[in-house]
Design a protein. Sequence first.
Length: 406
Amino acid sequence: MTSKVGLDQRTVDIIKSTVPVLAEHGEAITKHFYQKMFKDHPELKNIFNQTHQKVGDQPKALADTVYAAAQHIDQLEKILPRVKEIAHKHRSLNVKPEHYPIVGEYLLIAIKDVLGENATDEIIEAWGEAYGIIADVFIQVEDGMYKETAMQEGGWTGFRNFSVMKKVKESDVITSFYLKPADGEAIPSYLPGQYLTIKAQIEGDNYDHLRQYSLSDAPGKDYYRISVKREDSLEEKPAGVVSTWLHQEVQEGDLLPVSAPAGDFHLDLSTKRPLVLMSGGVGFTPLLSMLNTVKENHPERDIYFIHAARNGSVHALKEEMVLGGHGKTMFIYENPNSNDLQEKAYDKGGYIDLEWLKRSVPHESEFYFCGPKGFMKAIYQSLRQWEVPESQIHFEFFGPKGSLEA
């Protein structure tokens, strides 16, 4: 994988010279790009998460990717991990090669509109060439993923109808949905930590809503399970359109279009190091899949499961998190309620901190974590401060990794 095919040194130099400009104006460019593209191609709203548009996550993530691509335009293999992460999402959303020319056209328009006269014809032409190379990389990687998915036993591409065989309220805010294929045929396995994409077709809405939810049980079953938090409105943040719909409208027996499991955040079963799984809130879902997989298939491995929640009323699937004899489970409640205090239902009040972590788990462990942005940032910085090697730190995070390090 190299970008030098089709790009001369002059073009590479022009692209690299725009890196400081992208660092300064990248987010403004990507916001303008989405606004203009959706205005002219509203059908793409069926693919892109409109909530991420409103809160700014999607423009930030795209700006970060464009910035990285510009930095490494002569060595795109350096951003291959990021490409694969995005390609998994694209495959799960059913992004196709024909979408890439549209994106390229509006990205160039946005660069020109935001930078004005500073975006010379030479710069626009160079970026047009570079985008073609970058798009080809994504298309090739995604093509391989589509083929691999279709070739799995029970595999499929696009969306397949699943029936909600069971709907279980797990806490005040989290509900699990057990999904079986409506056609009664086999379903493919998945790697613990991966996710499904649900297509929500909500009455009265002009567009589909696609949302990704981690699989919350071990693979190998004849069903898929997702555990969804109802996202209520908070200050300026709107309520979650799809999570609210799933909780309030979707019932047992209803059909949901689903794409095959995807995602590059998953458990590495090749190492025998102690395993530390740390979750905050509904971030437990991919980690519970990992935990159940190890309990069922590798009971000899040392496991530490740490879950942080506001209190017991919002703590879902608590019994499944208990390890028994071959590991240790620890619960951290930020604001324990009266029942929690009476039943001594937690191990620590407040938050996970580095000193407590050092006393509780081995340094030589493999660390996996997932949760809200503040939780992720605190855990990541604690592990780096503890000098845990990067190779032993694994997480799933939407957005620029730099925001965890800042």
